[in-house]
Design a protein around this ligand. Structure first.
Ligand code: GLY
Ligand code: MN
Ligand code: MN
Length: 456
C-alpha cells in the first residue's frame, strides 16, 4: 500500500471552515423544530482564568458556535418564532476602542448582521430590557437544561416578567430542553461539515506521520507532543481538539495519560492519541508504534490483533448498523485472538458471555465525533446498556479498539506486560456504507516500519 507521505505542503484539499450561510441553515433547522410563539436562548462561552490575569485559550460553546459561527465570548443568541415569523437576534459586546487596543478586535453589532446574517443585533446590556419584552405572550422557552448559568438566567427573566405582568400579558409556562433537539441536529453532519472533518483528519494524519519520524529512544514524550502541535498549527488547526496523549511503554495503560513527561525507551511502544481542531471540528486519531521503528515479536502479535479487529469492525459499518452490533463483532474477534495467543483460555461462547476480553479492552469501541471530540447525540442504550441507535448517513464516529497489558498484571506472561495498544480512526457513515477519514496515518506494521525508517 502506498503511504501518503506529504512533508511540506500547506495546500491541503477542501474547505477550512463552513461558509456563513451554513450557520444560518443550522438556525433554520432549529427553528423548524420549535413550536410557534416560542423563543430559544443559547449562550456563548466566557473566558476562563488560568491564573491571576491570564486566561486559557478561548473555546466557544459548541452549540452556540453551531448556530452562529460567532467566536466571541459573552454573547447570547435568541431565536424568536412568532406567528411563524423567524428572527435570529445576537446580543454581543460593543465596539470599544480602548478595550480592543489591549485585547483584540470585536465584531460589533453592525457587522454581526452584515457578516453573520442575524436579523437583529444588540449590545449585551440591552438584554435586560429586551428579553422581558420578547417573553411576553409566548408559550414556550427553549434552552439547554444542562447549562446552569443559562437556566438561572431564564428563571430570573421569567420571574421578572411575572412580577411586572400587567393584566392581559401572558408569561410562557412551558420550558423545553433544547439539548436533545440540537444534539440530534449536530449528530448528522452536512457535506460541508464532513469536508472540514476530512481536512482536519488529513492535517492530523500529517502530524502522526511527523511524530513517527521524530520519535527516538531518549527523547521526552513532550518533545513528540510539540511535533504534533507544530504540524497541526502549520496547516491551520491552531489548537489540539483535546490534550494530546503521548504515552511510552506502560504509560499507554493509563487511558487518559496527558502528563507526557517521561523519556522514551528502546523496545517500548509509543501510543499517541491526538487530533487537531479546525474551525471548531475535531479529529481523534490514535496510533501505536515502536519507539525504535521495529516491532518486537510479542508487540507484533498484539498489534496485528488490534488492527485486524479494527478493520473488521470498520468493514461492517453501514446505515442501519448499531454500536451494539459493532461491539459484538469486536468482542468476538478480540476474544478469539486472545485465545489463539493463549492469553485467554476456555470456551469461546462462555468467554463471550463472561465478556472476558474486557479485562484487556477496557474502554468503549467508539463514540460520535464532531464539534466535540466526544460529540453530542444519544446512543439510545437499552436495558442491557447496549448502544442501539441505528446509524444513518452523515453520522461521524470513531472506531478505537485497544488492548492494555500493564506491567503489574502478574497473571500475564512477562512478554505481554507493559504493552498498551489502541488504533483509532474516524469514520463517516455514507448511503453506501462508510468513508474512512483517517487516510494518511499509517497503521499497518509494514507502513509504520517503512515510514519510521525513512527519516531523511
Ligand atoms: N481521545 C479521546 C478518545 O479517544 O476518546
Ligand atoms: Mn476517541
Ligand atoms: Mn482518541
Amino acid at each position: 500500500m502506498t503511504i501518503v507521505h506529504e512533508k511540506t505542503s500547506t495546500q491541503l484539499p477542501g474547505i477550512a471552515s463552513l461558509p456563513m450561510r451554513d450557520f444560518k441553515t443550522h438556525r433554520d433547522n432549529f427553528f423548524d423544530k420549535m413550536e410557534n410563539n416560542s423563543i430559544a436562548f443559547f449562550s456563548a462561552a466566557c473566558e476562563v482564568t488560568r491564573s491571576n490575569d491570564t486566561e486559557y485559550a478561548f473555546c466557544q460553546n459548541k452549540n452556540f458556535y453551531y448556530l452562529t459561527g460567532f467566536n466571541e465570548p459573552d454573547a447570547l443568541l435568541a431565536l424568536l418564532k412568532i406567528d411563524n415569523n423567524q428572527q435570529s437576534i445576537l446580543f454581543s459586546l460593543p465596539k470599544d476602542k480602548s478595550h480592543e487596543v489591549w485585547h483584540g478586535r470585536r465584531v460589533g453589532q453592525d457587522k454581526a448582521c452584515q457578516y453573520y446574517n442575524f436579523d437583529q443585533s444588540f449590545v449585551l446590556d440591552e438584554l435586560t430590557s429586551l428579553v422581558p419584552e420578547y417573553l411576553n405572550n409566548l408559550n414556550q422557552v427553549y434552552f439547554c437544561f444542562d447549562n446552569s448559568e443559562m437556566s438561572q438566567q431564564v428563571f430570573t427573566w421569567l420571574s421578572h416578567v411575572r412580577s411586572t405582568a400587567r393584566q392581559g400579558t401572558k408569561v410562557p409556562e412551558v420550558l423545553i430542553d433544547a439539548s436533545p433537539i440540537i444534539n440530534d441536529l449536530r449528530l448528522i453532519k452536512s457535506a460541508n461539515e464532513i469536508e472540514v472533518m476530512r481536512q482536519v483528519n488529513y492535517i492530523s494524519g500529517l502530524a502522526h506521520q511527523r511524530a513517527m519520524q521524530k520519535t527516538a529512544a531518549g527523547k521526552f514524550e513532550y518533545q513528540i507532543e510539540t511535533e504534533l502541535l507544530h504540524e497541526f498549527s502549520r496547516h491551520g488547526a491552531r489548537h489540539p481538539a483535546y490534550a494530546s496523549i503521548v504515552a511510552g511503554g506502560d504509560n499507554a495503560n493509563i487511558l487518559h495519560y496527558t502528563d507526557n513527561g517521561e523519556t522514551l525507551q528502546d523496545n517500548d511502544l509509543l501510543l499517541i492519541d491526538a487530533g487537531g481542531e479546525l474551525s471548531g471540528y475535531a479529529a481523534d486519531i490514535t496510533r501505536t508504534f515502536p519507539v525504535n521503528g521495529k516491532f518486537t515479536a510479542p508487540q507484533k502479535l498484539l498489534y496485528q490483533l488490534v488492527l485486524d479487529t479494527q478493520l473488521t469492525v470498520i468493514a461492517a459499518i453501514k446505515p442501519g448498523i448499531t454500536f451494539a452490533k459493532l461491539n459484538q463483532i469486536a468482542n468476538e474477534y478480540l476474544t478469539q485472538g486472545l485465545i489463539d495467543l493463549a492469553i485467554l483460555s476456555g470456551d469461546l461462547a462462555q468467554l463471550l458471555i463472561d465478556k472476558a476480553c474486557k479485562k484487556y479492552f477496557i474502554h468503549g469501541l467508539g463514540h460520535w465525533l464532531g464539534l466535540d471530540v466526544h460529540d453530542v447525540g444519544d446512543y439510545q442504550n437499552n436495558e442491557n446498556k447496549e448502544q442501539c441507535r441505528e446509524f444513518v448517513a452523515g453520522m461521524v464516529l470513531t472506531i478505537e479498539p485497544g488492548l492494555y497489558m500493564p506491567n503489574d498484571d502478574y497473571e500475564l506472561e512477562e512478554q505481554w506486560r507493559g504493552i498498551g495498544i489502541r488504533i483509532e480512526d474516524n469514520i463517516v457513515v455514507t448511503e453506501q456504507g462508510y468513508e474512512n477519514l483517517t487516510v494518511n496515518s499509517p497503521s499497518t506494521i509494514i507502513e509504520i516500519e517503512a515510514l519510521m525508517n525513512d527519516k531523511e
